[in-house]
Design a protein around this ligand. Sequence first.
Ligand code: ZN
Length: 260
Amino acid sequence: MIVVMEGILWLLRFAVGACVFSFLNVVVYRLPKGEPMTWGRSHCPDCGRTLTARELIPCLSYLIQGKKCLGCGKKISARYFWVEAAGGMCFVFCGASFGCGIFGLLSLKGLIAFVYLGLLTVISLIDWDTKMINDRFQIGIVLLGLAALCIFPEHTLMDRLIGAVIIALPMLLLALAVAGAFGGGDIKLMAASGFLLGWRAVLVAMFLGLLAGSIYAIWLLSRKKLKGKDQIAFGPFLSFGLGVALFYGDRIADWYLSIL
Ligand SMILES: [Zn+2]
């Protein structure tokens, strides 16, 4: 019985995460177009029909409808499904890593981590679509960093201030020296994230981001999809590194320092 109750609780946590990221899908779709996010029911991007309640169940609606719009029959992008599924998994992972708190959903540490993963997801998808990172998301990360001063006291203010410059400053200098080396949004993302995660984790994040971005660029080049002057959005790869570093950054850094 206890096992069943536990299972239901984890499913509930997954559903909460999927619902939040379902809203983030709307943000990613509407924000670059300048559409308001808080009003106006969700609609099919192809036929414009307003979606009914049963078409708005995260993850499930997509599968039940056979991946198609019930009105016009056009295929729904799989990205909506995967973003919702990722939201569910992020919530579960934050709960498992940082505790589920007194209400059984998320501890304060877990909440900070989940909000951060949500911001990274929005930054990544908008950067992927438009090659732009909106400043308001970096400000959100700095606010999380300020809250984390009390909630993650294991990272001191000095640790965070070094984190804010240890990657962002070299990126800025490189961008000044070589035009187009890094976008301003990428630099601000690493500064804000360094303040939140501390210097060791942000170093690990940069390494992982560069590794993932390089593998993707080599893959594109090998398939002749990338020409010399083409630029790829770096935000999603940095966000990947930052997301991993949020959970394992300090441990990876400690392990690396121990083998030196
Ligand atoms: Zn439609």
